[in-house]
Each structure stands twice: as structure tokens, then as C-alpha cells.
Design a protein around this ligand. Structure first.
Ligand code: PLP
Length: 470
């Protein structure tokens, strides 16, 4: 391995290439003030798609609130309970305002996380014989898992392929799939607004197109909303799922399902729980579901966290999502541009990128594999171990997005079926990897976000440089 001056670490060149970065300077000040723990402990955090980071201000404001106010289990008329109910309702209104969603049109349902929000839709969508669940290859497993509900009820799951190297869906293919399923009675179409594998932002125009063919549309917005504005005044998906910790790090344990009123009425809950009914009787063996969000919020909400959600949303608004977006775009563009330039002495690239090389309709999630001078991939686990030694936090594997991973890594259906044909009903990830041992079964994901700075990006480029062989 040889050391070489890395052009990716040249801040002046970066600024002159992306002059708009100057407009995001406020985030350097914020990093110093609100996230000093990163630099005090020399962390290079590059896992924002895994989870956002909270500012000190958010914690202080939340603790102040909790110290000052008395909160108790909501939904009773006692003063403390009534106060807590009010807090939850204020939080609902704040969430609607943040996404520019009209209260006449959308119902905010608080969940444990994005996966829980997706499950609420999957288990309650009225799939029946001949119905359709349409989705693209590029989806988190918490969306893929909905197929188990539709299959159990005789509906059909159909996957729209994504095409390398950009890992996008071809528009005519999308339209053909829509048309082919359009005669079904109940049809649900799901896609991620931003891929957690490749960073691709699939077109939000798909919402209207699918709805015009009679589909209900479910958007997985978990990876999109931390750095992009989701304007529900402009886009009208039937269901939106997300987790708040991905947006602003704290609190964990609270997610959101935003459902259009009409689409919510279409869902049939498969059970009831404390809090979801107006009345239930044992002797009469009947229950009435509570209207609106309550009917979908099982048990006691994580109510002490709700002030922290408002605080988090206020925090994002005080910075401006557009500023965060610009920052992330500059970092990701520079990262991609410079990582692709790193070459071994024999001219072979050190990095192979999965997904688009430009920033058009893509976010700050960048997924790669690292190669040696002979063009052999270096195990992503080894890359992760080395990154750990440099205090660089990145993520490896397939990121719960097997469809994008299998497509990017060119794993064939036959190879995968062979692995699933092993005698044991369960297989560990390690055994699965051994099953396809001549190919990489995962990749390395770097993702930038609100508190990223140029130092983080250049530290990663510097790290990649260490894989360069003369
Ligand atoms: C695109 C996407 N969807 C869904 C999820 C699931 O989110 P959670 O684990 O918070 O339920 C994730 C988490 O990484 C994600 O990136």
C-alpha cells in the first residue's frame, strides 16, 4: 500500500466545485455547538441512513419540559392525563404541519417505528383472492414482509425489476406492471421515496400514476425525510411510513403512519387492543373500533417522547430542510466523484459504486464494494473491521434490502434458490454467505446527513486511499 496525496481532501477545491456549500455554513457552527461529542471522541459518523444524530439542544429542551411538566397515561379526564392527551394532540398537529398535510385529508398515527407503520397497513389491507401487492425490487424488508400477508389471503405479489448500474426502474416497465395488475379489485403499490441501498429517489410522480389505475399507494419515506421535504400538499400518497430517529436521532421508539382518510377506512384491523376500541364486550362477543388514529394505536403511546418529536421537528425547521439537503448533496457528490477516481497502480478502480454516479434524483446514501489490484472484491466485513479501527462508523451487508442487493451484486435466482434449499429450515447469515462464496453477498454503505462535515467525507476518502496498491 502506498500513501498518496488525496485530492478528495482538498477543501478549497471542494468549495470551488460546490460554491453552494457556503450557504450551509450554519451547519458547521451547529456541529461544533450541538454535536461536540463527535469531535471530542474523534468519530467519523457515516451511518445516517441507519440513524440520525440528536443535538444537545434537543435533549436539553426535552429534559426541561419533562422536569417542568407532569405527564401521565393519556385518555382520562384527570388533569395530568388531560394535559398529556393535549400534548399528544399538539404533536399530531405539528406533524401534519411539518409535512404540509391537511388535517381534513390525512390522519397521523403514531407507531413504534417505520416497520410497525408498514405492518399496520400490510396486516389490515383487504387483500383477497386475485388481489395485487405490487412493489419494486428496491425495498426494505419491512415492506417486503407485507407479501406474507397478501399471500396468506390468496393475493399475488409482483416485483418490478430495477436495472443496474443505476438501480432504477425503467418507466415503461413500471407502466406495464401497473397495467397488468389493474383489473384486480384491491391493489396496493409500495415503493421507497429513497432507497436505503443505493440512495436512488424513485419518482414521486408514480403516486398519481398508480392511483389513476386504481392502486392505493404506500410510500416508505424512512430514508427520504431526514434530508428531503415531503410535501403532502403536493404529493398525495395513501399511506406514508417513517421513523423519527432517522430524522433527528431522538427519540427512538416512535414512528409514524400518515394515512389518507379514505385509505384508512379501507383498512380492516385484524385485532383490537387497549386504546383501539370505543367498546368491547366479552358476553356479547363484539367490539367497535375507535375512529381515526386511535383505532390503530395499540396500547399506551410512548407519551413522554412526544414533546421530543415536536422539539425535533422544530429543530429541523430552524435549520431549514433545504439547507440540510444542499449540504448532503454536496458531500455525496464529492464523495462519489473522488472515490471513483481512486485507482490502483495498474489503473484498476479501488471502488465499485452501486447506483447513480450523479446527484439527479438521489440522496446521500452511497453503496460500494472495494477491490484489490487484481479486481477481486475485498470482503465488506474486512472493510468494516478496518473502518472500525479508524473510528469510522459505516454499515455493511445488504441493509435489509435484499432486492437491491441481489440485483447490484448480480446474484441469480438459481443461486439464491439453492441456498434456500438447504435442509435446515433456518440459515444464519454466515451460512448464507458461505453458500454463495464466490461472490460478494453484501456491500459497504456510507451515508451522510445533518451533522456531517467535510472532515468526515475526506476522512473516508483518505481511508479508501489505504486500499490502493501500486
Ligand atoms: C428505507 C427504510 N425503510 C424502513 C426502515 C425500517 O425502519 P425502522 O427500523 O425504524 O422500523 C428503514 C431502516 O433502516 C429504512 O431505511
Amino acid at each position: 500500500m502506498t500513501e498518496k496525496k488525496n485530492p478528495g481532501c482538498d477543501y478549497k477545491a471542494f468549495i470551488s466545485r460546490y460554491p453552494e456549500y457556503e450557504t450551509t455554513k450554519v451547519l458547521d457552527e451547529l456541529r461544533a455547538k450541538e454535536y461536540p461529542r463527535l469531535d471530542l471522541e474523534d468519530h467519523v459518523y457515516l451511518d445516517y441512513t441507519g440513524g440520525g444524530l440528536y443535538s444537545e439542544l434537543q435533549l436539553e429542551q426535552h429534559m426541561e419540559f419533562l422536569k417542568k411538566c407532569v405527564m401521565g397515561n393519556p385518555h382520562s379526564s384527570n388533569p395530568i392525563s388531560a394535559f398529556t392527551t393535549d400534548m399528544v394532540e399538539l404533536c399530531r398537529q405539528r406533524v401534519l404541519r411539518f409535512f404540509n398535510a391537511s388535517p381534513d385529508e390525512y390522519v397521523p398515527i403514531f407507531t413504534a417505528n417505520a416497520s410497525h407503520a408498514l405492518k399496520l397497513v400490510g396486516e389490515a389491507y383487504p387483500f383477497g383472492e386475485g388481489d395485487q401487492f405490487l412493489l419494486c425490487y428496491d425495498n426494505h424488508n419491512s415492506v417486503n414482509g407485507i407479501r406474507e400477508f397478501d399471500r396468506a389471503r390468496g393475493a399475488q405479489t409482483r416485483y418490478i425489476p430495477i436495472i443496474p448500474p443505476d438501480l432504477r426502474v425503467m418507466e415503461p416497465t413500471f407502466e406495464r406492471f401497473l397495467d397488468e395488475g389493474s383489473s384486480a379489485k384491491n391493489k396496493l403499490f409500495a415503493f421507497p421515496a429513497q432507497s436505503n441501498f443505493s440512495g436512488v429517489q424513485h419518482p414521486l410522480e408514480w403516486i398519481e400514476k398508480a392511483q389513476s389505475k386504481g392502486y392505493e399507494v404506500l410510500i416508505d419515506a424512512a430514508a427520504f425525510v431526514p434530508t428531503n421535504r415531503l410535501d403532502l400538499g403536493r404529493w398525495k400518497p395513501d399511506y406514508v411510513a417513517l421513523s423519527f430517529y432517522k430524522m433527528f436521532g431522538y427519540p427512538t421508539g416512535v414512528g409514524l403512519l400518515l394515512a389518507r382518510k379514505k385509505a384508512l377506512e379501507k383498512l380492516h384491523r385484524p385485532w383490537f387492543a387497549g386504546g383501539t376500541i370505543t367498546v368491547a364486550s366479552i358476553k356479547a362477543d363484539k367490539h367497535y373500533l375507535a375512529p381515526g388514529s386511535e383505532g390503530f394505536e395499540d396500547g399506551t403511546l410512548n407519551y413522554t417522547s412526544f414533546p421530543a418529536i415536536e422539539i425535533g421537528l422544530d429543530f429541523l425547521d430552524s435549520i431549514g430542510l433545504e439547507v440540510i439537503h444542499t449540504r448532503v448533496e454536496c458531500h455525496a457528490a464529492w464523495l462519489i466523484e473522488h472515490m471513483l477516481e481512486i485507482r490502483h497502480g495498474n489503473g484498476r478502480p479501488v471502488v465499485r459504486l452501486y447506483g447513480p454516479t450523479d446527484m439527479k434524483l438521489r440522496g446521500g446514501t452511497v453503496t460500494v464494494n472495494v477491490y484489490d489490484r487484481d479486481g477481486e472484491w475485498i470482503d465488506h466485513l474486512l472493510v468494516e473491521q478496518r473502518a472500525n479501527q479508524h473510528n469510522i462508523s459505516l454499515r455493511t451487508g445488504c441493509f435489509c434490502n435484499p432486492g437491491a442487493g441481489e440485483t447490484a451484486l448480480d446474484l441469480t435466482k438459481e443461486e439464491l434458490i439453492d441456498c434456500f434449499d438447504q435442509p435446515d429450515a433456518r440459515m444464519s447469515l454466515k451460512e448464507f454467505r458461505q453458500c454463495i462464496d464466490s461472490k460478494s453477498t453484501g456491500a459497504v454503505r456510507i451515508s451522510v446527513g445533518l451533522a456531517s462535515n467535510f472532515g468526515d467525507v475526506s476522512a473516508f476518502l483518505e481511508f479508501l486511499e489505504k486500499f490502493r496498491e501500486d
